[in-house]
Design a protein. Structure first.
Lengths: 258, 249
């Protein structure tokens, strides 16, 4: 399939409040290839969430152009090509795990995609949620809830997955495990992933490329290719010296940014 | 052990007060026409069952009907107000003003329109229930989190779906907390309505018993009214426990 997953040129994004506009990120020029795993780092408040919200069509850009899979973010949203995972799992407590994962099929009117038989069970298996389908969110651990949220985002087989600090509230062990699970899902599905995180380790471990944003004024500080220090399928060992020194370099860069 | 005490303690508390009332009150010299003993009140339910029942039934019907109509109307208005900014801006102040009128000041008008029958009492009970539920329901419909709203937007949910699958279920805890309070206010509404003019009902019985110094009947009517409130409350609490069983996160 030709074309980039995301193509932004001279993009200014921010919030309109009546006549006033507050620019958050300016002059964003970015191309994300299909199937790429891009991680995004930056000081708090620099506009990471805002950028994902523009891609997901939750927010209109102030000016400049952005196309997602060659179309407008709105068209792509209506085609259910984007999945969004928030920092909080955002499950509906009155629905079972299974019904939460199926939520996308029950909203959106004609836009909703039918779910093939067995798909929910496959996702439950893929995310290590076997046997939990009939539970309610209140009966799950934080890590399990976040897995359900990921399964829900994957149900429509989106070509772009937007993840806003999805593992930020989890303990380190759970987070490491979910990192590996996410990588294997990414390898299996070929989805493009934009992954925002506060953890430099996580950003280096997961990404093929890492994007660092700066604040005041918000802008892209650095876009850095990580593939040279990883194997072809984007695996690496956390204790590999090249990875460790990359983490140190990114930490130094980030310290400048904030 | 602790479960047993948690059950036994309130029973013990209530019994001890009833016993003190039964045996100490007559000693204190309070005349029986002001405060009859518990056994005397209880005996009214056996000796004058017909009297209590024939007055309990109309009040129960009025309170229940007022509860149902008042709260249903409140939920419907809340939905309209929550989804139409124009209607909310135009009419919510009117509703607010309406709420400041004491119900007792309003009741003569209701009587003028609907007469002295049951309809008047049902309407008074309904009006008393209406406003708290309206306000709670409007707040409840707006209580979804920012992330939940964005999730539904990413999924391109339309207004109706967002209402059915998010806003309405989210509003239920607040709706039920006002329904629980409304069980008591509906009974108050029915009784107040009967005070203003009725020959049947617990309210009418209370007035009649008071002026005839039949304090045993008066207290029995009060017990019956409280029984009505408690029953309504228990029904609402049972439904709530079922409906909201998974709501807590
Ligand atoms: N709805 C809004 N209206 C106006 N300004 C907003 C709104 N939401 C966020 N902002 C502002 O936009 C800026 C960027 O916010 P954003 O949430 O994108 O930051 P972030 O990089 O995701 O931060 P964090 O790492 O803390 O999540 C912040 O300065 C914030 O105050
Ligand atoms: Mg953020």
């Amino acid at each position: 399939m030709a074309g980039a997953a995301i193509e932004a040129q001279g993009l200014n994004i921010g919030y309109r409040n009546g006549a006033k506009t507050a620019t958050v990120l300016s002059d964003v020029n970015l191309t994300v290839e299909q199937g790429e795993f891009l991680t995004i780092l930056g000081p708090s408040g620099c506009g990471k969430s805002t950028l994902l919200r523009v891609v997901a069509n939750l927010l209109e850009p102030l000016d400049g152009t952005i196309s997602v899979l060659g179309e407008s973010p709105a068209a792509i949203r209506k085609k259910r090509e984007t999945g969004f995972v928030f920092q909080e799992a955002t499950l509906l407590p009155w629905r079972t795990v299974r019904d939460n994962i199926r939520l996308p099929a029950s909203v959106g009117g004609r836009l909703a995609k039918p779910i093939p038989k067995g798909r929910v069970n496959n996702l439950l298996g893929l995310l290590g949620l076997e046997g939990l389908g009939e539970r309610y969110p209140s009966q799950l651990s934080g890590g399990q809830r976040q897995r359900v949220a990921i399964a829900r985002a994957l149900i429509d087989e989106p070509r772009i997955l937007l993840m806003d600090e999805p593992f930020g509230a989890l303990d380190e062990i759970t987070r490491d495990r979910l990192n590996d699970e996410l990588l294997s899902i990414w390898r299996a599905t070929g989805t493009t992933i934009l992954f925002v995180t506060h953890s430099i380790e996580e950003a280096v471990y997961l990404g093929q490329r890492i994007m660092v944003l700066g604040a005041n004024p918000g802008r892209i500080l650095n876009l850095h290719d990580l593939t040279p220090i990883k194997t072809a399928d984007n695996t690496c060992r956390r204790e590999d010296p090249a990875i460790v020194s990359e983490i140190a370099a990114q930490r130094a860069l980030l310290a400048q940014a904030s | 052990m602790s479960r047993l005490t948690s059950l036994a303690a309130p029973v013990f508390g209530a019994l001890s007060i009833l016993l003190a009332w039964q045996f100490l009150l007559p000693l204190s010299g309070v005349p029986a026409y002001i405060a009859p003993t518990p056994t005397k009140i209880l005996s009214v339910f056996f000796s004058q069952t017909e009297l209590i029942l024939s007055n309990f039934t109309p009040t129960a019907i009025e309170a229940l009907a007022g509860f149902v109509f008042g709260n249903t109307a409140a939920v419907l208005f809340a939905i309209i107000f929550a989804y139409s900014k124009f209607i909310r801006q135009a009419y919510f102040p009117v509703v607010l003003f309406f709420n400041t009128i004491p119900i007792l000041a309003l009741s003569p008008i209701i009587i003028l329109i609907f007469g002295l029958g049951m309809t008047t009492k049902i309407i008074i009970a309904a009006i008393i229930c209406f406003f708290p539920t309206l306000v709670n329901m409007i707040r409840g419909l707006g209580s979804a989190t920012h992330n939940e709203e964005e999730l539904f937007h990413v999924l391109s949910a339309n207004k109706f779906e967002t209402f059915m699958r998010l806003h309405f279920p989210r509003s239920l805890p607040m709706l039920f907390s006002s329904l629980r309070i409304a069980t008591a206010t509906a009974v108050i509404g029915a009784i107040v309505g009967e005070w203003i003019g009725a020959d049947k009902g617990l309210g009418a019985l209370i007035i009649r018993a008071t002026f005839n110094y039949q304090s045993d009947q008066l207290y029995a009517a009060i017990v019956a009214a409280s029984f009505l409130s408690i029953t309504l409350f228990a029904i609402v609490a049972a439904v709530e426990a079922r409906v909201l069983r998974h709501h807590s996160q």
